[in-house]
Design a protein around this ligand. Structure first.
Ligand code: TXA
Ligand code: MG
Length: 323
């Protein structure tokens, strides 16, 4: 996406809104974010209120480039610079020891901060013009499906968010990989489309992902029930689907359509699947049927991040009160 005159005008309005302490809808290459000036505690609190997110869940701070790392992080291992050089701008968030000036409201009171330089041209232009850090979680209500279009953000928040930058469909479609570099052994806290193998090819072997470890710093994306539609959901293999089709269910199929079923069919490639996944879940949820059935995806490491989101959506689907 190229920046034209209309975008430039909207961008200035968005920068001004951030300066005024307002919350804006921000496109990134992963998902849309709900963004505020990270140094403005009052503005950041508005994000929590809008999302209905517990106040001790830390937010990711978005920055314009790696030269800003030392402004927000106090101890920066060499691996952080190497990872930034390889993967930024891009879908990688690094957890590092924070500088004292980073407000507690951004870090959930922890001594670490999550930093990411997003690859979307509008997000980058906004960060450059704004000149400071922007705190932005995904622009969905707590526990719900992340938005991958500006319309999803409008559907989620209506008039409560006045400025939403229109940045098209998010290219990646699922949230960034989060790597914790604040301890002696780096490890992945949330899988994303930048895989552990890719990271290890750049900085060497890292620790086992500790996604189920209760001692890791709080990360709402690691709650078992997350990214969830309101409609109950279950997963089945293609053989199970063909053996006993459920005529009232809406299916999310993989690869080949099955003509007799109400379904959305996604390509059998993890990149394409991730790109379309949240929009497909939203659409299936909006059909208000009794059940969504997800065709089981390949259970190999390429699909780790997609399968992580699917299992959390399955855990939370239909459980309105559990979130
Ligand atoms: O792709 C993304 O990362 C998107 C876009 C908008 O950049 N953002 C996103 O934010 O997914 P959110 O808030 O929905 O998820 C951020 C995750 C949460 O699970 C949060 O707990 C974790 O990052 N996080 C942030 N700071 C942290 C910290 N200091 N230690 C551990 N986890 C942290
Ligand atoms: Mg989120």
């Amino acid at each position: 996406m190229k920046l034209n005159a209309i975008n430039a005008e909207k961008l200035s309005a968005a920068v001004q809104a951030l300066k005024n302490g307002d919350v804006i809808g921000l496109p990134t290459e992963t998902v849309y974010g709900l963004a505020a000036d990270a140094m403005n505690t009052h503005a950041v609190k508005k994000i929590f209120a809008l999302k209905g997110r517990p106040i001790d869940h830390p937010l990711i701070m978005h920055i314009a480039d790696a030269s800003q790392l030392s402004r927000w992080a106090s101890t920066i291992p060499e691996e952080a610079f190497v990872l930034a050089q390889h993967f930024w701008p891009g879908p990688l968030t690094m957890i590092l020891k924070k500088q004292p000036q980073v407000p507690d409201v951004v870090t959930g009171g922890q001594d670490t901060v999550g930093l990411r330089c997003p690859a979307h041209p509008l997000a980058l232009a906004l960060l450059q013009q704004f000149g400071s850090g922007v705190a932005a979680p995904s622009a969905n209500r707590f526990g719900r499906i992340s938005p991958t279009t500006a319309q999803h953000v409008r559907d989620e928040f209506g008039d409560a968010v006045h400025v939403i930058l229109e940045g098209g469909e998010c290219e990646v479609g699922i949230e960034s990989t989060i790597i914790d570099l604040s301890t002696s052994m780096p490890r992945i806290l949330r899988p994303g489309m930048i895989s552990q193998t890719e990271i290890e090819s750049v900085i060497g072997v890292i620790g086992q992902a500790a996604l189920e470890d209760q001692n890791i710093p709080r990360a709402s994306g690691t709650l078992a029930a997350h990214y969830a539609p309101r409609t109950p959901m279950k997963s089945q293999t293609r053989a199970e689907i063909l053996r006993k089709p459920e005529p009232n269910a809406c299916y999310l199929l993989l690869g080949e359509p099955i003509s007799s079923l109400q379904s959305i069919c996604l390509a059998n490639s993890c990149g394409q699947y991730a790109h379309h996944l949240y929009a497909a879940l939203r659409e299936l949820d909006q059909r208000n049927g009794p059940l969504i059935i997800i065709e089981q995806t390949p259970q190999n490491s390429d699909w780790l991040a997609v399968n992580d989101r699917l299992s959390r959506a399955l855990a939370g689907a239909g459980l309105d009160d559990a979130l």
